[in-house]
Write a protein that binds this ligand. Structure first.
Ligand code: F6R
Length: 608
């Protein structure tokens, strides 16, 4: 399995390029952080610096680089294809060509053989093969050469290319792997996402697939593979650079946890009219819901966990069957869906390749696709029939937090509108539902006051090799997400169990001092969860109870308690999520780890 997700940036214009590239790479570091490199191009040729480690190390290595170069490309790498070495880091140069790449070249072996490239290669990467291929094909006309190469390579790619004899110009082309570009004040910029562009301009466009960009100072030409000029649609970012900075918080993750009340407001309030959900402005008309008999939710990881919460509401409140599917499984199935199934796709980035491929399959099966996406203009958004954008703002920490809660809120808005259209929910019930949804901000703010208690829990569990989360119903779905969050940023082994399932095997793992975090917000199963808690407590577990209870002094129930503000469990999920996110955050921080950049992970998973 080849995994390759990287940050890329290119700049040409009227400012020295070195620091623009390095600063941009710092913004993009969350996409990959094994190694980083830049190449600058001026009349004297191409100069490259690359280093394993963080961008800070590259900054050092680039100290001696020409400050007077005005055109260049840069890359942060996250790779398992070819070890983490200076040689394998990008940019890769072959003859007159230098390039950076995000994606996978699937037929690189065939290309090496067919075009006799072996002697040109010094690294173990598929990327260098493209550089060698371009140099072999190069006739002095970059566009013609790129066209030929694109015809020969298969796989996913976002490529930024410079030719030594064309100073001041960057060429770019992509398939699947995302890229956005913009021109402003005599300069032009291209990057794998808008966080690197936003310090310069809010207006950008998504690079169309299989189109070649000629990026010159202050102008960008976009043409299809037949040479026809195309004018891409200009989009505008609705957040500013401060949203992509830490703003005084030690880590983005903590900032993003605290941003949740605002993110929820921005996602919910514009979609409420007279106390009822209103989705027409998003292009989602009631007719979409009329013939729908069931729902399939497709997503990966945290987004899928948000889908599970949505399922709970659809099924319990509306009695509409919902199937939640792991995108990477769904895409290789022959799924039982048709035009009567509404497919809801959840994705923060809008670029997750498994989710995208699953979406395409659902469409081929005739199912209308409504996606819930955070990144405007992303591939998933563009390929869906309907889009409900979440307005979380940029999520930089690799571990998803605010994107998860806004995805749940978006699912709730859809469920409520759906219920109204189908006559399953009365206007009065819908008004009450929406008013509770609008009030979750208060629940979260109240919960954030428990940060110190949560820190104490984190200090206790940071020394444990294993942590278990248990809950029933909606709390079980939260346990799954809590467990994922903890393991991905603290590297502590963790599992989530439906509380009633423990006694069917897993309870054998419970021994003296093993932490069990029990979530008990559902009234109808509360006493059942408490019975399960007592089962683990009597076997020596260290129990943390997350519930609405008043203070519990009974040590036969729990060792620590985190109290949630009183609310119906459907709406408590937002507050509970915050508690669980903070447990993971403080545990990782207490262990001295880099919370925002956990090992082996990258923010946007653009390969399968
Ligand atoms: C975990 C996390 C991932 C993502 C998953 C899907 O904290 O962030 O599990 O939720 O990779 O990503 P998107 O939502 O961008 O499709």
């Amino acid at each position: 399995m080849i995994i390759f997700m990287c940050g890329i940036i290119g700049f040409t214009g009227n400012k020295p390029v070195k620091n623009i590239l390095i600063n941009g790479l710092e913004q993009l570091e969350y996409r990959g952080y094994d190694s980083a490199g830049i190449a600058v191009l001026d009349e004297n040729g191409i100069n490259i610096r690359k280093r394993t480690g963080k961008v800070a190390q590259l900054r050092e290595a680039a100290m001696d680089l020409n400050e007077e170069a005005y055109c260049g490309i840069g890359h942060t790498r996250w790779a398992t294809h070819g070890g983490v070495t200076n040689v394998n880091a990008h940019p890769h140069k072959s003859g007159r060509v230098v390039l950076i790449h995000n994606g996978i070249i699937e037929n690189y072996r065939e290309l090496i053989t067919e075009y006799g490239l072996k002697n040109k290669l010094v690294s173990e990467t598929d990327t260098e093969v493209v550089a060698a291929l371009l140099d072999t094909l190069y006739s002095g006309d970059p566009i013609k050469t790129i066209r030929k190469a694109v015809d020969l390579i298969s796989g996913s790619f976002a490529l930024c290319i410079m030719f030594e004899d064309h100073p001041g110009i960057i060429y770019a082309v992509r398939n699947v792997s995302p890229m956005v570009a913009a021109s402003f004040d005599g300069s032009s910029i291209i990057a794998s996402d808008i966080t690197a562009i936003i310090p310069y301009t809010k207006r950008y466009f998504v690079v169309p697939e299989y189109h070649i960009l000629t990026i010159d100072k202050g102008s960008i030409k976009c043409e299809d593979l037949n040479g026809n000029t195309v004018e891409p649609e200009i989009l505008e970012v609705n957040w500013d650079i401060s949203s992509a900075q830490k703003g005084g918080y030690p880590y983005f993750m903590l900032k993003e946890i605290y941003e949740q009340p605002d993110a929820l407001d921005r996602t919910v309030r514009p979609r409420v009219e007279n106390g009822l959900p209103y989705l027409e402005e998003d292009g989602i008309s009631d007719s979409l819901f009329k013939g729908i008999k069931n729902i399939t939710v497709i997503a990966c990881g945290t987004a899928m966990h948000a889908g599970m919460v949505g399922k709970y509401v659809f099924e319990n409140k509306l009695r509409i069957p919902v199937n939640v599917e792991i995108a990477s499984e769904f895409r290789y199935k022959d799924p039982i869906i048709d035009k009567d199934t509404l497919t809801i796709v959840l994705s923060q980035s809008g670029e997750t390749i498994d989710t995208l491929e699953a979406l395409r399959l659902a469409k081929r099966k005739g199912s209308p696709v409504l996606s819930i996406v955070n990144v405007k203009g992303s591939t998933i958004a563009r390929e869906s029939d309907y889009v409900l954008y979440t307005h979380a703002g940029p999520e930089i920490a690799v571990a998803s937090t605010k994107a998860y809660t806004v995805q749940i809120a978006a699912m709730y808005l859809i469920a409520c509108r759906f219920g109204l259209v189908k006559g399953i929910m009365s206007e009065e019930e819908a008004r009450e539902f929406i008013s509770k949804l609008e009030n979750v901000r208060t629940l979260i703010e109240e919960t954030l006051k428990s940060a110190n208690t949560i820190k104490m829990v984190a200090n206790r569990i940071m020394i444990s090799p294993d942590v278990f989360y248990i809950g029933r119903g909606i709390d079980y779905t939260l346990s799954l997400e809590a467990s994922l969050k903890l393991k991905e940023i603290s590297y502590i082994h963790s599992e989530a169990y439906a509380a009633g399932e423990l006694k069917h095997g897993t309870i054998a793992l419970i021994s003296e001092n093993v932490p069990v975090i029990a979530i008990a917000t559902e009234k109808n199963v509360y006493s059942k969860v408490i019975s399960n808690v007592k089962e683990v407590k009597s076997r020596g577990a260290y129990v943390v109870l997350v519930s609405h209870d008043d203070k519990i002094d009974d040590t036969s129930i729990c060792d620590m308690q985190i109290r949630l503000p009183e609310a119906d469990s459907t709406f408590s999920v937002f507050a509970t999520a915050v508690v669980l996110q903070l447990i993971a955050y403080y545990t990782s921080d207490a262990k001295g780890l880099d919370v925002d950049k956990p090992r082996n992970l990258a923010k946007s998973v653009t390969v399968e």
